[in-house]
Design a protein around this ligand. Structure first.
Ligand code: XMP
Length: 325
């Protein structure tokens, strides 16, 4: 099949156009897979979620979704995937708790690129092991979108680790491969997915793993997860969700002294980064109301265990990348 978006394809900008696209894709998926089974790695990100929802409509129980919890997801994400896909949409969902396995493999590894490689390889291994346990799979669903094709060739690699291994060498089903991100969101909305899934900010494949600087430890990882949840909650309450391009917290691997209730502490800092960009190649720091910044600092220092200080990163890209690793 061609990898070029048809010249006459309309941009999907309205619910009506999304409905028409959904109907077309349901027919195309049925035609392609007939009564075959499709396997899909469902991260809970926009692209894989939209593909899952389309496939559920098209083939129901012949779709098998695998959600791998590698322990580096944001607070509430695995629960949301289970609630939306298993409970509300009735998906055939295999949930794999691989938290210990990932954290054991990552223990003591400080180099950012080594961390990425381990996370990517482990993800593929876990997914391939699940695929092996299932009988009769002939197709692999993929949340490839058009920018993935334009930028990096036909197969979207999970967590940036190149091609797929032999045991995952199934025929691909890629129903959103000609869509741009904004169109995927319009389709997701029309499919009834929650706003928190459809409009979520970009989240790197290695997840919180690259925001827990250096060798990942469970205490700092929890501090990243909890502080990120507070930041997202406060940004959402202030109406900034979907307005600021990307915002997150980082926990470095050094401590500083502080004082709480008259007692000296020696704890981790949390770094906050909030940026706006068009293409992630360059980025500007988002200007946030100072009273909101102070409120977030107060919440993080009082609610997050092991944290006594908050730093706000106001470095543009360049010279800083968006992520800290
Ligand atoms: P940087 O840090 O390079 O980030 O300025 C640019 C955008 O890419 C995201 N990012 C990643 N996404 N795997 C991903 O899937 C990665 O390893 C990765 N590293 C960075 C980052 O969140 C930002 O949106």
């Amino acid at each position: 099949m061609s990898n070029k978006r048809p010249d006459d394809m309309k941009r999907i900008t309205t619910p009506e156009l999304a409905e028409a696209f959904i109907e077309e894709q349901i027919a195309a998926i049925r035609e392609q897979v007939k009564d075959g089974k499709v396997l899909l790695a469902l991260s809970g990100g926009v692209d894989s979620s939209v593909v899952a929802a389309l496939l559920i409509r098209a083939i129901g129980g012949n779709l098998v979704c695998v959600h791998v919890n590698h322990g580096l997801l944001r607070k509430g994400e695995p629960e949301q995937v289970i609630k939306v896909f298993r409970e509300e949409l009735g998906a055939n969902l295999v949930y794999v708790d691989a938290v210990d396995r990932f954290l054991d493999k990552l223990a003591g590894v400080a180099d950012p690129e080594k961390k990425r490689k381990i996370i990517g390889k482990e993800f593929i291994d876990v997914f391939a092991e699940e695929a092996k346990k299932l009988d009769g799979i002939r197709f692999l669903g993929q949340g490839t979108i058009y920018p993935d094709i334009l930028e990096s060739g036909p197969v979207k690699s999970h967590h940036n680790v190149g091609g797929l291994p032999e045991e995952l060498n199934f025929e691909l089903v890629e129903p959103v491969k000609f869509l741009y991100k904004d169109e995927v969101r319009v389709v997701g909305k029309a499919l009834g997915l929650p706003d928190s899934m459809v409009y979520r900010q970009p989240f790197p494949g290695p997840g919180l793993g690259v925001r827990c600087v250096g060798a990942i430890t469970r205490d700092r990882l929890e501090a990243v997860r909890e502080s990120d949840a507070i930041l997202r909650e406060e940004f959402a309450a202030a109406g900034l969700q979907g307005k600021v391009w990307q915002y997150f917290t980082v926990v470095p691997d050094f401590k500083s002294t502080g004082i709480t209730d008259g007692l000296r502490t020696y704890d981790w800092p949390v770094v906050i980064r909030a940026v706006n960009t068009v293409d992630a190649v360059t980025a500007e720091v988002a200007e946030i109301d100072f009273s909101l910044m102070k409120k977030i600092v107060a919440r993080i220092t009082s609610e997050v265990k092991g944290v006594n200080r908050v730093l706000w990163d106001i470095t543009p890209k360049p010279s800083g990348t968006i992520e800290w690793e």
